[in-house]
Design a protein around this ligand. Structure first.
Ligand code: PBG
Length: 335
């Protein structure tokens, strides 16, 4: 057959690398690390095989393990020793993330990103202090306990400002607010600048969806809402145009890096952001995306290494520059 176009010519082993459009580097990956103030030994996270909550004393050792693989940065999450309605342990100078960041920044040259949110620190598990909802305002519909409560947006902003400053003071290199409060980037930018942290970038969880894929993380970080859901602050999975509006607001408020979360079910949003913004785009390959591949691999239904690589490559192909992923260390070792 005399075919002019034979795309298979470029799929031969010796040339496919030359024409490959996307590459994955360890330096593009960010590894989440869970530091737990309630334990003095490492505790495996059952729904996230290979991951553990580590005590503060082990945080440096844990980060050194990550660094050895060439991963670009770590993202710290904290499990505090106690919780209250306001989440006050989130901005304590001797809080769990502050302690860990202080030690990690003193002993390693890891690039430290800290998650800034209140859900691990409030006793009700919501991402900010609660207030009475106004009639007609979104409250916890269907919640048997208190249908009239909602997260107090502006009181949360004050807390987020304090948390971000306390993290920067402890040695955080980058601040990543994940609470989806209106105005959170502006509040944090102002707080950081006021204290002389103009050089600390903000990576905003800008388009964060109200997703069932966060399930394993909520076990890991003990941050599940005690009642209701996060529907009136996190985004509706049905909406894509709204993501552009959300993200534009964060960009206007000075976000340096824009994140989409989760990643795989939302690659259209990653692609839309890539086309619309010049900022670095991050995508969070979340706990549920990790857990489901592990579960299938455990049954012998999928080849874990292959699907992990393919997932991360696809997230980059869609337009992400950075990927937060629980596969970071395993994949980085293979690259
Ligand atoms: C909130 C936060 C969550 C995740 C990261 N930051 C949970 C949530 O919004 O309920 C989820 C990450 C994952 O599932 O891997 N502080």
């Amino acid at each position: 057959m005399n075919l002019t176009h034979r795309p298979r010519r470029l799929r031969q082993d010796r040339v496919r690398g030359l024409v490959s459009e996307t590459s994955l580097e360890p330096a593009d990956l960010i590894a989440p690390v869970f530091v737990d103030a309630t334990t003095d030994e490492r505790v495996p996270i059952e729904s996230m095989p290979g991951h553990e909550r580590v005590p503060i004393d082990e945080s440096v050792a844990r980060v050194e393990e990550v660094l050895e693989t060439g991963v670009g940065a770590v993202m710290l999450f904290g499990i505090p020793e106690s919780k209250d309605p306001e989440g006050t342990r989130a901005w304590a100078e001797d809080g769990v993330v502050q302690e860990a960041a202080r030690r990690i920044s003193a002993d390693t040259d890891a690039y430290i990103i800290t998650d800034v949110c209140l859900c691990e620190y409030t006793d009700h598990g919501h991402c900010g202090p609660l207030e009475e909802a106004l009639r007609g305002e979104a409250g916890y519909e269907g919640c048997p306990h208190d249908p009239t409560l909602t997260v107090d947006n502006d009181a949360s902003l004050e807390a987020l400002d304090r948390i971000a400053v306390s993290h920067a003071e402890a040695g955080a290199d980058m601040i990543a607010p994940s609470g989806m409060m209106d105005g959170m980037v502006a509040a944090i930018r102002e707080g950081l600048d006021r204290k002389g942290f103009e050089h600390v970038p903000i990576m905003s969880y800008a388009a964060k969806y109200e997703s069932a894929f966060y399930g394993p993380f909520r076990d890991a970080a003990d941050g599940a809402p005690a009642f209701g859901n996060r529907r009136h602050y996190q985004m509706d999975p049905a909406n894509a145009r709204e993501a552009m509006r959300e993200v534009r607001l964060d960009a206007e408020q000075g976000a340096d890096v824009l994140m989409v979360k989760p990643a795989l079910p939302y690659l259209d949003i990653v692609r839309d952001l890539r086309r619309e913004f010049d900022h670095p785009i991050a995508a969070y390959n979340v706990s549920g995306e990790y857990a489901m591949l592990h579960a299938a691999a455990e049954k012998g239904w999928l080849d874990l290494e292959a699907v992990a690589l393919e997932s991360l490559l696809s997230i980059k192909r869609a337009g992400a520059d950075l990927i937060l992923t629980y596969f970071a260390e395993d994949v980085a070792k293979r690259l």
